[in-house]
Design a protein around this ligand. Structure first.
Ligand code: NI
Ligand code: MG
Length: 589
């Protein structure tokens, strides 16, 4: 039995080390290790609760809005604040475009080179690629000249001997199964996706003021101010005191029209490029719908509130246990707890016990193995990631989990979307929770979201036009109005899955703060009973055709879209790197 280590895993968020045992061409056991401690939960203590979101957002540069939203909601829950309708819709549009950008970028920029051989694209016939593109959609960039141009750019890069971003890939690996024409098509779309996301993120610069790290979150609502008299009055799109500048007010007629136009561009790219490419990949790699299955426990906290009461979501809350898709069980925050028995944390009492986040602590205590790290084999504690459990069970979270919870819960539109995805995966909805299925699940969610954006925008326009210009409830803005102590939490969903924030306020300051992120769930180490986390479980059984180039392991890891920056949430200010640990590069960029 061989021990195979990938450290760091690249094309993810944060620092992740994967160790596996390999025997007879298959992974027989796996250990997921977050190798960077950040301690945002400690940074948050003593802050003004109204400022907490700004710090929480810095948990991650990719998932920034997810944690900003999780934080304002937790403080609103603690102070019993309800937000106005306009704020709910603006938050849905901001968070929704974040999901769409994240999923599409994850596919092209982070994941596609596990499936697409960039060097093989040099062998492609541009005419064959153009013909292939025309069978996929009406996307206008489908000419022979266009693909010849992309190939020339790639050829120049390759001839320079410096593949840059594409260096150190496992090019020529026997597990690559696309034709050269398919490879070239997806490489062309890799570049197009970079341009497209720049356009999409203008929605964030309009509604969030900046991207990333949107600046308009507010405890009580959103700091996005409608023009005097609502959008109709400012028909020119200009605020009465408008000074000369390039962007209109987001909530002016011009601003809302701009957002609508960007939504149309987004939908076209999704329909003509992204969704067909995911389908192409699914047809080329059908065996991967059976690989990477986990324990089949799925959790979703629910996201995109569709009413002001906050009890109906586009993506429903619930959980599915042991793959039983006939029913979704209800969930609430009291089911969530974390163990640190295999993590580098100190805790008073039994480390194998599960501690609810409201009582959680973050006391970093690195406990070996000796450095420099060569293997975690035999190490009892092996990660900076804690082990969250729902009523004692390890859960998978993320797009596949959300869709399966929605399917089991029986929502009509979601059920038909899942059935269509299942057909692409060989028939059964459960296949969504596989290495290929998790990738297809992102595409299903992107299509679901772009189908909702226009309606959310119309609702926002109509509500502003009706004279309701409220964007925030600031009646509790004065800390003098707060109780001497309060506690709150939020359960929501980010692109990578279920995100919970738990906080308490004492003497007008943040007293305790705990985050349990999506990747904390998925990249969790073992718990007190020795049970693996979702990613560890999914890796068992992964085939390996060339152990020196573990491409197949990367496929299963990347399908989870891990973000360990989020999962661990101090850094060592000396030049020794992440506390106590040196990492040596390995694996493909
Ligand atoms: Ni993140
Ligand atoms: Mg945490």
């Amino acid at each position: 039995m061989a021990r195979l280590v990938i450290d760091p895993v690249t094309r993810i968020g944060g620092h992740l080390r994967i160790e596996t045992s390999v025997s007879s061409g298959q992974v027989t056991d796996a250990w997921s290790s977050g190798t960077m401690f950040r301690g945002i939960e400690l940074v948050l203590r003593g802050r003004d609760p109204r400022d907490a979101w700004v710090f929480a957002a810095r948990t991650c540069g990719m998932c920034t809005g997810v944690h900003a939203l999780g934080s304002v909601r937790a403080v609103e829950n603690a102070l019993r604040i309800s937000i106005p309708r306009n704020a709910r819709l603006i938050r849905n549009l901001l968070a929704g475009t974040g999901f769409v950008q994240d999923h599409v970028v994850q596919f092209y920029q982070l994941q596609s080179f596990d499936w697409v051989d960039v060097v093989a694209a040099l062998e492609a016939d541009p005419a064959a690629t153009a013909a292939l593109a025309k069978t996929q959609s009406d996307h206008p960039l489908a000419t022979v000249e266009y693909f010849r141009g992309v190939q020339s750019r790639l050829q120049a890069l390759h001839a320079s001997g410096q593949l840059g971003l594409f260096a150190q890939g496992y090019w020529g690996h026997p597990a690559y199964a696309l034709t050269p024409a398919q490879d070239l098509l997806l490489v062309a779309h890799y570049f197009e996706a970079l341009d497209w996301q720049r356009t999409l993120m203008r929605i964030h610069t309009l509604l969030g003021g900046i991207s990333p790290h949107a600046a308009t979150f507010l405890v009580g609502g959103m700091a996005v101010v409608p023009p005097w008299g609502g959008p109709a009055r400012a028909s020119s799109g200009e605020h009465p005191q408008q000074v000369d500048r390039k962007s209109p007010d987001a909530l002016s007629a011009t601003g809302l029209k701009d957002i609508g136009d960007i939504i149309d561009i987004t939908r076209r790219f999704v329909d003509q490029v992204y969704a067909p490419d995911v389908a192409l990949l699914a047809r080329a790699y059908p065996e991967w719908a059976a690989i990477g299955r986990g324990r089949a426990n799925f959790l979703s906290y629910g996201e995109f509130p569709e009413n002001d009461a906050g009890d109906a979501w586009l993506m429903p809350a619930g959980r599915v246990m042991d793959g039983d898709l006939t029913r979704a069980l209800p969930i609430d925050e009291s089911g969530v707890a974390e163990a640190v028995v295999h993590s580098w944390y100190a805790i008073a009492g039994d480390p194998a016990a599960l501690t609810p986040p409201a009582q959680g602590e973050t006391v970093p205590a690195y406990a070996g193995p000796a450095l420099p790290l060569t293997t975690l084999e035999g190490a009892d504690r092996y990660s900076w990631i804690k082990a969250p459990r729902y009523q004692d069970d390890a859960m998978e979270v993320g797009p596949a989990a959300r869709l399966l919870v929605g399917y089991a819960g029986g929502t009509g539109d979601l059920r038909s979307r899942v059935d269509a995805a299942a057909a692409l995966l060989g028939g059964e909805p459960a296949a969504l929770a596989s290495t290929l299925g998790r990738t297809v699940a992102r595409s299903v969610e992107v299509q679901l979201l772009v189908s909702r954006f226009t309606d959310w925008l119309r609702q926002l326009e109509a509500n502003l036009a009706s004279g309701d210009l409220a964007v925030a409830d600031v009646t509790k803005w004065d800390p003098g109005s707060w109780p001497s102590s309060a506690s709150g939490h939020s359960l929501g969903e980010g692109p990578r899955g279920a995100v919970g924030h738990w906080m308490s306020i004492a003497d007008r300051q943040v007293d305790t703060y705990q985050i349990v992120d999506a990747s904390t769930w998925n990249a969790s180490p073992r718990d007190g009973q020795g049970r693996r986390g979702a990613l560890e479980e999914a890796l068992v059984g992964t085939p390996l055709s060339d152990p020196d180039r573990p491409l197949e392991i990367l496929r299963t890891v990347h399908a989870f879209d891990p973000c360990t920056a989020c999962a661990v949430h101090a850094y060592d200010p000396t030049d020794r790197g992440p506390i106590g640990i040196r990492v040596s590069p390995g694996g493909a960029r």
